[in-house]
Design a protein around this ligand. Sequence first.
Ligand code: CP
Ligand code: NVA
Length: 308
Amino acid sequence: MKRDFIAIADLTREELEEILGLAERLKRELKSGQRTPLVAGKTLAMIFEKPSLRTRVTFQVGMTQLGGYAVYLTPTDIRLGERETVADIARNLDRLVDFIMARTMSHASQLELAKYASVPIINGLSDLLHPCQVLSDCFTVRERRGSLDGQRIAFLGDGNNMANSWIGAAARFGFRFALACPKGYEPDAGVLQAAREDGADVLVTNDPGEALDGADVAYTDVWASMGQEEEAEERKQVFAPFQLNAKAMKAAKSDALVMHCLPAHRGEEVTAEVIDGPASIIFDQAENRLHVQKAILVWLNDQLLRSA
Ligand code: CP
Ligand code: NVA
C-alpha cells in the first residue's frame, strides 16, 4: 500500500522505530564507505514553495547515495495551485516519478497531494508541521542519550510547525515536551488535543523558566517563520523574553543539549554564546537529516514493495 510521511503521528511507534533503526544502519554504512542502492533507479520530485538549504540538499544527496535521482522544482517552476491545481500536479508527477517531497505554504496542499498522487508524499515542511526535521531530531537525541524515554525536551518560542511536530512526536515516543511561548502564539489546538488524547506528555506555558526546569534538551527556532517576514519586527518585541541565552539555560540540567533546526538568527531567538557553545549539537542535527530522510525514503519504498 502507498504510505505518505506527512505527520509523525500518522505512523505507529513501531513504524517510527523501524525508520530510526534504518537510519542508524544507513548512517553506519555510509560512515564505513558503503553506499547501499536501496532505491536504485527511482526518482524523487522535490517541490519547493519556500527556500531551503538542508531539506533540499539532504534529499538530493540522499537519493544519489541510495542509487536514485532527485528533480528539484523551484518555487517559480510549477507555482502550486496557481499555474495549475495541486490535484493536477499530483496526477502528472505520479506518472513520472516514484516519490514526491513537498515544502508547501499550506498544509492543505500536502493533504491534496497525498489524495491525488498514487506515489508517496513526504512533507518537507508546511505551515503546520515539519515532520522530517523533528523525526531526525528524535534520532539525534536518541543517538546522544541512548533513548528518548524519559527525556525532557523544552522548546522556547513560537507554537509553530516545529513545535507542532514535537507535540506529534511526543504522542509516539516516551519523552516529555514543554513549550514556552508568548500568549497568542500557542501551538495548533487540533494537534495538541490529538496528541494529548494519544497520551502525550505535553506542557504549554508562557513561562520559559517553567519549560526549561530540569530540561535535558533546550530547543528553539526562529520567531518569524518563512512567510511571516512582515511580522518579524513585531515578533522581536513579543518574543524577547523567550530568548535562549546563558541565563535561561541555568534552569535546564547542567548537561542539557542545545538544539535548533536552523537557520538560526543569533542575537534573536538564541545568543551566539549558547548556539556556538559546547552544549550545542546543531550541526549533528543538520547531518542527521540526511540519514533519517534516506531511511524515510527506503521505508516508504518498502511499504510499496510489501504490497506489490
Ligand atoms: N531545518 C531546515 O529544514 O532547513 P532548510 O529550511 O534549510 O531546509
Ligand atoms: N519554523 C521555521 C522552520 C524552518 C526550518 C519556518 O517554518 O520557517
